[in-house]
Design a protein around this ligand. Structure first.
Ligand code: FAD
Length: 386
């Protein structure tokens, strides 16, 4: 299919965020929504996600995003006619310092007030959940039984399929190389296949969001940072299911994927790239060291593969969602860091409301694109697990 000449909204990026927005816009009756994806749908950083879904966030808006998204994953088959592979394996955080526990207690109070089920466990209780754990150096575990995982590819493809059924056009292999417009208004996009004009242009370019922002003359603080995940050969010595378990002190996390164990060192590395993240096999050593400390039996497992992806981080770990400052017609849905997959259902809904109704029904001030101009306090979240 060729590039349409116009659209009611054009979305740059066919990852989980762009496809969810397209679906929600189309579901709300927006006609002629177009998604332009430079490679293939879901082939960007969405394809690297661990699929984790948690209510355990530190800010009310993000907890609400999670609770709403979990409801969508629970009834996903009914809404999308596709199995997202959703399972409630839970999230378990392991805390080794009283300071960490105090920080978690504050957020647990918030999470519970909002209706989330989050519990503080003794180290022995944590070991009962995951018998392979070493717990003698821990002060507590924090367990979210509502948390879980689903398949990023399944979910993204389901959004895309439903969006198309509802009339949206999703084109692959179309790279947006420039934005059209003048006098502070963006009026469409330019590609090698031609130009497309639209009153609304949405930046959903994931790790390449800053590059797309520069096409509008904006400096967006979206910083792609590499993270690795390795997997073992089938390892029944750690029987599943196990929660997605994070060692807060080292950043290491693991979960089971069928018979294999997925292991991440929790690395955060600037490799100067925003599209591709080559693997560094040198990271295996660090991963195994952290893993063996927490899961001594893993010493007997063999690492059989792995991958790396770019997490689109922002200075305060919160996404950037809203109209771009000083650029009419240009909307930002970027900087989702390690939680863009799990928050995609709520993101799509509220962005569609914002674009179609003039405002979202939930206060999204936490994601205000202008907050960095004001020099908002920067705070990295230790529990930003994935
Ligand atoms: C190792 C790892 C583990 C993770 N684990 C989790 C997890 O457990 N749970 C979770 O919720 N999240 C997780 N994440 C984060 C999650 O993957 C991201 O937050 C999410 O996928 C971002 O989605 P996106 O649609 O914004 O980005 P993308 O999937 O990257 O989509 C953006 C798309 O835009 C396209 N694009 C870019 N520039 C252009 C252009 N100029 N023209 C046209 N198209 C363009 C790209 O090709 C890409 O497909 C993880 C990430 C990594 C790296």
């Amino acid at each position: 299919m060729g590039l349409p000449r116009s659209a009611s909204a054009v979305i740059i990026g066919g990852g989980v965020v762009g496809c969810s927005i397209a679906y929600h816009l189309a579901r709300r009756g927006a006609r002629d929504v177009v998604v332009l994806e430079r490679e293939s749908v879901g082939g960007g950083t969405t394809s690297k996600a661990a699929g984790g879904i948690r209510v355990q966030f530190a800010h009310e808006t993000e907890v609400r995003f999670s609770l709403e998204s979990i409801q969508v994953f629970e009834r996903f088959k009914d809404e999308f006619g596709a199995d997202p592979g959703y399972t409630k394996i839970g999230y378990l955080y392991l805390l080794a310092e009283p300071r960490q526990l105090r920080a978690f207690e504050t957020r647990i109070a918030l999470q519970r007030r909002l209706g989330a089920d989050v519990r503080v466990l003794t180290p022995d209780d944590a070991k009962r959940l995951v018998p392979a754990l070493r717990v003698d150096d821990l002060v507590a575990g924090v367990w979210g039984p509502q948390d879980g995982m689903a398949g990023p590819a399944e979910v993204t493809n389901a959004y895309a399929r439903r969006a198309r059924e509802l009339g949206a056009t999703i084109l692959e292999g179309v790279d947006v190389t420039a934005l059209e417009g003048a006098n502070g208004r963006i009026t469409g996009v330019r590609t090698a296949q031609g130009t497309l004009s639209a009153p609304v242009t949405i930046n959903a370019a994931g790790p390449a969001a800053a590059r797309v922002g520069r096409l509008a003359g904006l400096e967006l603080p979206v910083h792609p940072r590499r993270r690795h995940i390795f997997f073992t050969e089938p390892f029944p010595e750690i029987p599943g299911p196990v929660p997605l378990t994070t060692d807060v002190t080292s950043g290491f996390y693991f979960r089971k994927e069928l018979q294999q164990v997925l292991l991440s060192p929790g690395d955060v590395e600037d490799i100067g790239a925003d599209l591709e993240a080559p693997m560094d096999w040198g990271k295996v050593e660090d991963t195994v060291q952290k893993a063996v400390h927490r899961l001594p039996i893993i010493e007997q497992a063999r690492i059989s593969g792995g991958w790396a992806g770019l997490r689109p981080l922002t200075p305060d770990d919160h996404a950037i969602v809203g109209w771009a400052p000083g650029r009419q017609g240009f909307f930002l849905a970027v900087g989702f860091g390690g939680h863009g997959f799990q928050h995609s259902p709520a993101t799509g809904r509220y962005v569609a409301e914002w674009v179609l109704d003039g405002r979202p029904s939930l206060d999204l001030a936490l994601f205000d694109p202008r907050r960095f101009e004001a020099g908002a306090g920067l705070h990295h979240d230790e529990a930003d697990a994935e």
